[in-house]
Ligand binder design. Structure first.
Ligand code: ADP
Ligand code: MG
Length: 375
């Protein structure tokens, strides 16, 4: 891997560096970035600083939102409050060329939403070239989008000398430890989106000592075990019967259900028609406290419950179990990290990954298209 941190800054002096960041942050009702949602922006500052200190002219590229009409202008405005950066609402043209030609060494300029051009998502060669032509060097510091074979992720690095930024390096350093973890090791998997998690379960059965399943994923197991899961969220397309009875897989059997009486703790064997399983009961996780206490490595993705609706106790318990152990710990996933931050417990973890889908794909495949493009 070509890590930026291992390069000589002098080689970047006066060079135009195309820097791919993940600045896809939510905007509030007023259309601004809230500081509580600015994590991705803050994590990109070390690479921006490295390049500024080296005297590079940094041309930042990113996407935002799903609508191609969305603009990065509010992100630029927020970034102005934490670093020095300009904004140009274009991706090409005479005016942009002129702006770049007039950039001083150490300066940074953010361009408009990459996805305003359909060539970004289709990895169009001409589009990749039009961006590559703006610079001399390419740096990818956007781990969370590196599972997408888009022009800014895999197209541009084909055309320019390429390097992994500082956050990307952190992600690779920490997450790659999952492939040969210190023992005893635990993978905790929750959340929904079964199709993204099943390949991770399959791969990690050969790697870790225990896999603890919670969240809506557990509902699939309960159903396969023959229990009535009432109106619980379930992924009808996922078949987990081949995993039943595997001694590495631990499925807590005390849950929190929501029903006409409100909220109740139940043995999963008592769950009935009118119940909806919404969380793993902390008491059910207590049974596995020793497992966590003795663990040397814990990797966690996916909330234990429907946390947006207040069912956070199972996830909170997982954080406490991890905090009480000496284990090296990693948490990742869009919702998981949002939840951990909401609980104000991020300092309990050794590493928080910025990747959601990217983290899961990296764990399942051992690499990503955007990482391969940097070799
Ligand atoms: P991440 O973004 O961390 O990878 P996922 O996107 O896979 O996690 O899953 C998070 C979602 O799973 C959240 O919306 C959460 O409410 C939901 N979830 C977890 N457990 C349950 C449950 N028992 N019932 C309904 N939804 C659940
Ligand atoms: Mg999610």
């Amino acid at each position: 891997m070509n890590y930026l941190s291992q390069q000589n800054p002098a080689d970047f002096h006066g060079k135009r560096v195309i820097l791919r960041l993940d600045l896809n942050v939510p905007l509030n009702d007023a259309g601004h970035v809230d500081s509580t949602d600015a994590d991705r922006i803050m994590k990109s500052l070390p690479t921006l600083k490295w390049l500024a200190d080296a005297g590079a002219k940094t041309i930042v590229i990113s996407h935002i939102g799903r609508d191609p009409k969305e603009t990065l202008r509010p992100v630029a405005r927020y970034m102005e409050s934490v670093t020095t950066i300009g904004f140009d609402p274009e991706l090409s043209g005479e005016r942009l060329n002129e702006m770049i030609a007039n950039m001083g060494n150490g300066h940074a300029l953010l361009l408009e939403n990459l996805r305003s051009n359909s060539g970004e998502e289709s990895n169009d060669e001409a589009f990749a070239k039009s961006i590559a032509d703006l610079g001399d060097i390419y740096v990818n510091d956007a781990f969370a989008v590196s599972h997408r074979a888009h022009a800014s992720v895999v197209g541009i690095p084909k055309l320019l000398p390429h390097f992994a930024g500082l956050q990307m390096e952190q992600e690779i350093e920490h997450l790659s430890k999952s492939f040969s973890p210190s023992s005893p090791s635990i993978l905790v998997l929750g959340g929904a989106k079964f199709e993204t998690k099943l390949p991770v379960i399959q791969k990690f059965l050969g790697i870790v000592d225990h896999i603890v399943i919670g969240g809506a994923l557990a509902n699939n197991f309960y159903k396969a075990m023959g229990y009535d899961v009432g109106s619980s969220l379930i992924d009808e397309t996922a078949n987990v019967s081949g995993l039943l009875g595997n001694p590495k897989i631990i499925i807590p059997e005390t849950v929190i259900v929501e029903n006409e009486k409100g909220k109740e703790e139940k043995k999963v064997s008592d769950v009935a028609r009118g119940d909806k399983i919404v969380d793993i009961a902390p008491s059910g996780l207590d049974l596995h406290a020793d497992l966590f206490k003795n663990a040397a490595f814990v990797l966690w993705n996916g909330p234990m419950g429907n946390y947006e609706n207040g069912f956070v106790d199972g996830s909170k318990k997982i954080v406490e179990l991890i905090a009480d152990s000496q284990a090296e710990s990693i948490v990742g996933g869009g919702d998981s990290v949002a939840l951990v931050e909401e609980l104000d417990m991020s300092e309990k973890f050794g590493f928080l990954s910025t990747g959601g889908g990217a983290m899961l794909e990296y764990l399942a495949q051992g690499t990503l298209p955007g990482i391969e493009a940097l070799r």
